[in-house]
Design a protein around this ligand. Structure first.
Ligand code: PLP
Length: 448
């Protein structure tokens, strides 16, 4: 049989008119939401069970109009949400569902392809390879590495450590005591011992305290979760090169900063790593979920994950079957939203947004430093500032609770050297200096 470009179209199976009306309503809803979200309280104040109590306990027998769902979204769901897509969301790592990313998610769902193998959707695999290549160029990463997308940094790190285990089974995973919990979780899942390494006065892993010979892998963090400190990657690379341990770089948050040449000091040594993870769903304006993983040693990932089920033949012809490089078989078309974001912003747009966030964080730090009775608690090289009022832990926690309860902003805290500190993370595309100023004033008021 000869292949055909397009088969005879049929218009009986899809009610385009009904879809059009619902789609218009849904897009209008999104427009309204994005316009009004800066005016909504950031943190939801519902109590456990409140949302569920307003919803039917059993599913409907007959299909309902989409408009009924939109009505419930407004009345029941939105009041029960904490608004992550809010310019005064300053907790954890602040993130953005940007316009190109939101629209691309619609297209992804419409296409609904599963990029398990190249054959199951060639363009999905090839676009993923291309976009990872683009991102490597934007970040200044080495050319020619294998790159693919996972759902979360937790999965990317799990994949990297599984690859490391195929080369050096039985050793331990070393990471700083400031490393994200996802590293310990991955080690635990893989049956590898997890050993934490003390940090220096600036919360950076002490490379001289790692037992490289006992390591299956060493995880360096570029942008730790609490303070965004940067581990000495080059020194860790020296140790790993001597012993043969795998070096994984967790740059889930701060890797996006590499789009700005002036922030690439934090990239030093990463070119000698075996794998690197950066989360575009953290600081690259891509809707959650999207985590990018690169490795110089794809054969080790394949040793950990490749499988040849009878029902899924290899694509062949040199094509990449990405299911062989990570834990998941089914794979969403996440490359499409990353492509949309990179095209929508361009290098200049990404640089401008990240530079502004760094500027705002430095501005906030300057205000705090100038305010008697307040102190900065850690270096703040990117867009996160840790600080506290010169008072008890309870008093500082109460300040955060008061601001969060006001709805003005949402912040979180953490512990540094056993002491509670307030942590303000900037990462939303539409956060302005006014948003940061209003929040700082709310904190001072809450403290007085
Ligand atoms: N690594 C770092 C440094 C993080 O801060 C986080 C989460 O905040 C993670 C990894 C885990 O990321 P994910 O939620 O994508 O698994």
């Amino acid at each position: 049989m000869t292949p055909r470009d397009e088969l005879t179209p049929r218009d009986d199976a899809f009610d385009a008119a009904a879809f059009h009306d619902d789609a218009r309503e849904a897009v209008a809803w999104v427009e309204r939401y994005l316009a009004r979200v800066p005016g909504l309280p950031v943190l939801s104040t519902v109590r456990p069970g409140d949302v569920r109590a307003k919803l039917p306990t059993a599913p409907p027998e007959r299909g309902e109009p989409f408009s009924a769902l939109l009505a419930d979204l407004d009345e029941i769901i939105v009041p029960g949400l904490t608004h992550w897509n809010h310019p005064r969301f300053f907790a954890y790592f602040a993130i953005t569902g940007s316009a190109p990313g939101i629209l691309a998610e619609l297209l992804i769902a419409a296409l609904n392809v599963n990029g398990m193998t190249w054959r199951t959707s060639p363009a999905a695999t090839e676009l993923e390879e291309l976009v990872l290549d683009w991102l490597a160029q934007l970040f200044g990463l080495p050319a020619g590495w294998h790159g693919h997308i996972e759902d979360a940094a937790s999965t990317s790190t799990l994949a990297a450590l599984a690859a490391a285990r195929t080369l050096r089974p039985g050793g331990a995973v070393y990471a700083s005591e400031q490393a994200n919990f996802s590293v310990e979780k991955a080690a635990r899942l893989l049956g590898l011992e997890y050993r934490t390494v003390p940090v220096d006065s600036e919360f950076r892993l002490r490379a001289d305290l790692v037992d490289y010979d006992a390591a299956t892998a060493v995880v360096a963090t570029v942008g730790t979760t609490a303070t965004t400190s940067v581990d000495p990657v080059a020194a860790l690379a020296d140790g790993c090169a001597r012993s043969g341990a795998w070096l994984h770089v967790d740059a889930a948050y701060a890797g996006s900063a590499w789009v700005c040449p002036e922030l690439r000091w934090s990239l030093e040594g990463c070119e000698r790593a075996d794998s690197i993870v950066v989360n575009p769903h953290k600081w690259l304006f891509t809707p959650i979920d999207c985590s990018t993983l690169w490795t110089r040693r794809p054969e080790a990932l394949a040793a950990a994950f490749s499988a040849r089920p009878d029902y899924l033949r290899p694509s062949g012809g040199g094509a990449l079957d990405i299911k062989d490089y990570g834990p998941a078989l089914g794979r969403r078309f996440r490359a499409l939203k990353l492509w949309a974001v990179v095209r929508g912003f361009g290098r200049e747009g990404l640089q401008a947004a990240i530079r502004e966030h760094v500027r705002l964080a430095q501005q906030l730090a300057a205000w705090i430093e100038a305010e008697p009775g307040w102190e900065i608690c850690a270096p703040h090289p990117f867009s996160v500032v840790c600080f506290r009022k010169d008072a008890s832990d309870e008093a500082n926690e109460a300040i955060v609770d008061r601001v969060n309860a006001s709805g003005i902003a949402f912040l979180a805290g953490t512990k540094l050297a056993g002491q509670f500190v307030i942590r303000l993370a900037i990462g939303h595309e539409r956060t302005t200096e006014e948003d940061v100023r209003v929040t700082w004033e709310a904190l001072r008021e809450a403290a007085s």
